[in-house]
Every structure is written in structure tokens, then in C-alpha cells.
Design a protein around this ligand. Structure first.
Ligand code: SF4
Length: 316
């Protein structure tokens, strides 16, 4: 039974090909990030910052989580992710620890890793069961071109931070490599990234490209057949799962189904109609009518990408 309460930080759950059913926890305001990637899929203006703050009280996040669990919420993972960089929340480690106190569901941190040069960020990240960091470049220039990072950041410090974290972390370290045609997709570029990634001895490497609509409409996804070939350059061999995972209404206990919940969800995760229908537990025509209304009021946009129609929240 979905709640009518509007959840500020929880969203989903979303079915992820890698995590299963994943309840999202968004700890920062929309698109607050230390990168401004060309390929970003969050369709709102960026706030580029390295300042770590208590953007939302940890007690509020715990209260939302308790409400969702008490209402029968189930997921395979609780994932710090969303519309910006979760490590920018000064107490994200306390959030991970608080989740562990309340549920055995595995805790996942999806981070760009830009702040892993800071010891306190690495210490907080140790509270997760799975940590995913991003490595899509091989030196300062390539990193600046792909991610457009905050000017205070340095690629070498980020990479050194990944090594320091690997040495301490007992959980699963995943490395995501995001490839964009014309930026970092030549075999020579990918070999350099693969060498760096291998040095981190990750349990999993994910090779991704722009499967959902990017803000920069000039960004071109790498062909999936090419991705599969490049995957063999990595150790372990990278997985190339892409696209939206199938979802069914029976398995989703959405954190909320109000218009605010739906828009907040679509800001963080652009989705096709059938996913929206599953979240709403509604037939596709009813979900389409809701989306039409929100589109007319300017709160939702329709984007076509790779022949598929996605709905996304927010005005660019
Ligand atoms: S893709 Fe991720 S890391 Fe890059 S700007 Fe968007 S939210 Fe930040």
C-alpha cells in the first residue's frame, strides 16, 4: 500500500540489472555534484561544488526509511545515489551505519569517487557493503574532458584515494567505466583505463555508455557490439549490461505515488512508460494520462533516445 507522504530522500525502488530491486536514497539537492559530465542524465542545471554539508538531517532519512520498512517495503539493495554525488553529504557514513541498524538489506554506495582523496570520505565509505566508483579517464587532461570536474580536484589524488580505499575496504569494490564516442572510446584509451582499473583489483567492472538520454544531446553512445569487444580488455572482464531492466508492478513497493513523488523519481531516473506504470501499479493508459498531465504543466519532459521514449523530471 503506497504512502501518500512525499519522501524527500527515498525514491523508487528501481529494478537495476546489477543490484536487483534497489531503493534509492538521495542525500543532496538535485544535481549537486563535483563533476559536470557531458554524459550526465540528470536533466537539471548542475551545482558544481566540493563542499561537504549536512544537506538533509540523518534523522529525517532514518525516519523515512523506518516508514517505508514498516509499510512492508522490500528491496535487494538500499543505494546511496540519485541526482548528485552522495559523498557530498557530510554524514553519508552515518546514513550507511543507520541503515545497517534497521535492516539487513545490503548497502550500496554509487559514487563518482571524486572525493576519495579525502581520508574521512574513505572512512565513511567503509560502512557500505558495495562501493562503485567511476574511472573513465587515464590522466588529468582526459579526466577534465570527460567529467569537467570542480577546479579544486586532481585526477592523481582521486586515483591515489581509490588505491588507499582498496587497501582498507573488505566489501565489494566495483569500477564503472563510462565511454562516450569521441572522448574516451578508442582502443588505446580504453587500454590505459583498463590498466589503471586492474590495479584496483575490483570485484566487478561495468562498461557503460549513454543508454538513457544525456543532458548534452551531442553525446553519442558507443555501439553495444563495440562495448562488448572492449570489455575483454579489462580484468576481470567488464560487464556491459545496458538499458532499462524489466520491472513488474508486483515487486515494486514505491515510496510514494503522488505527483511530487513521481516527478522526484523521474528527475533521478528517466524511465520508459512501462516502468512508470509499474511504480504506480496502474495500467499503461492511466500512467500515460498522468504523464501527459505532468508534461503539459512542464514538470515532466519526454525524450527519445536510441529509439526509446523516456520520461524525465525537471526543466533543463
Ligand atoms: S553523471 Fe554523475 S558524476 Fe557526472 S555530473 Fe551527473 S551526477 Fe555528477
Amino acid at each position: 500500500m503506497p504512502s501518500e507522504k512525499h519522501f524527500r530522500t527515498l525514491f523508487g525502488p528501481i529494478r537495476s540489472r546489477r543490484l536487483g530491486l534497489s531503493l534509492g536514497v538521495d542525500l543532496v539537492p538535485e544535481k549537486t555534484c563535483c563533476y559536470d559530465c557531458h554524459f550526465c542524465q540528470i536533466q537539471v542545471r548542475s551545482t558544481l561544488t566540493c563542499e561537504r554539508r549536512d544537506y538533509v538531517p540523518v534523522a529525517d532519512v532514518m525516519s523515512e526509511l523506518e516508514g517505508w520498512l514498516a509499510a512492508g517495503g522490500k528491496a535487494d539493495a538500499i543505494t546511496l545515489s540519485g541526482s548528485g554525488e552522495p559523498t557530498l553529504h557530510a554524514k553519508f557514513g552515518d546514513v550507511l551505519a543507520g541503515i545497517r541498524e534497521r535492516t539487513p538489506i545490503r548497502r550500496v554506495l554509487l559514487s563518482n569517487g571524486a572525493l576519495f582523496g579525502q581520508a574521512d570520505v574513505r572512512t565513511a565509505a567503509l560502512q557500505a557493503d558495495v562501493v562503485k566508483v567511476t574511472l573513465s579517464a587515464w590522466d588529468q587532461n582526459s579526466w577534465e574532458s570527460v567529467h569537467r570536474p570542480h577546479p579544486n580536484l586532481r585526477f592523481r589524488e582521486v586515483l591515489d584515494g581509490f588505491h588507499a580505499f582498496r587497501a582498507e575496504f573488505q566489501g565489494e569494490l566495483w569500477v564503472e567505466v563510462f565511454l562516450v564516442a569521441g572522448f574516451n572510446d578508442t582502443e588505446a584509451s580504453v587500454r590505459r583505463i583498463a590498466d589503471l582499473a586492474a590495479g584496483l583489483k575490483p570485484q566487478r567492472i561495468q562498461l557503460s555508455t549513454a543508454t538513457r538520454p544525456p543532458v548534452d544531446r551531442q553525446v553519442v553512445a558507443v555501439d553495444h557490439a563495440v562495448l562488448r569487444q572492449l570489455a575483454g580488455l579489462f580484468l576481470p572482464v567488464a560487464d556491459t549490461l545496458g538499458g532499462a531492466a524489466p520491472v513488474s508492478a508486483d515487486e515494486v513497493h514505491a515510496v510514494g505515488t503522488s505527483d511530487d513523488d513521481l516527478v522526484a523519481m523521474l528527475v533521478r531516473h528517466a524511465a520508459p512508460l512501462e516502468h512508470v506504470a509499474a511504480w504506480l501499479k496502474a495500467p499503461a493508459d492511466q500512467a500515460a494520462a498522468r504523464l501527459d498531465k505532468l508534461e503539459k504543466s512542464g514538470r515532466v519532459k519526454r525524450l527519445t533516445h536510441d529509439g526509446e521514449t523516456y520520461f524525465t523530471g525537471g526543466k533543463s
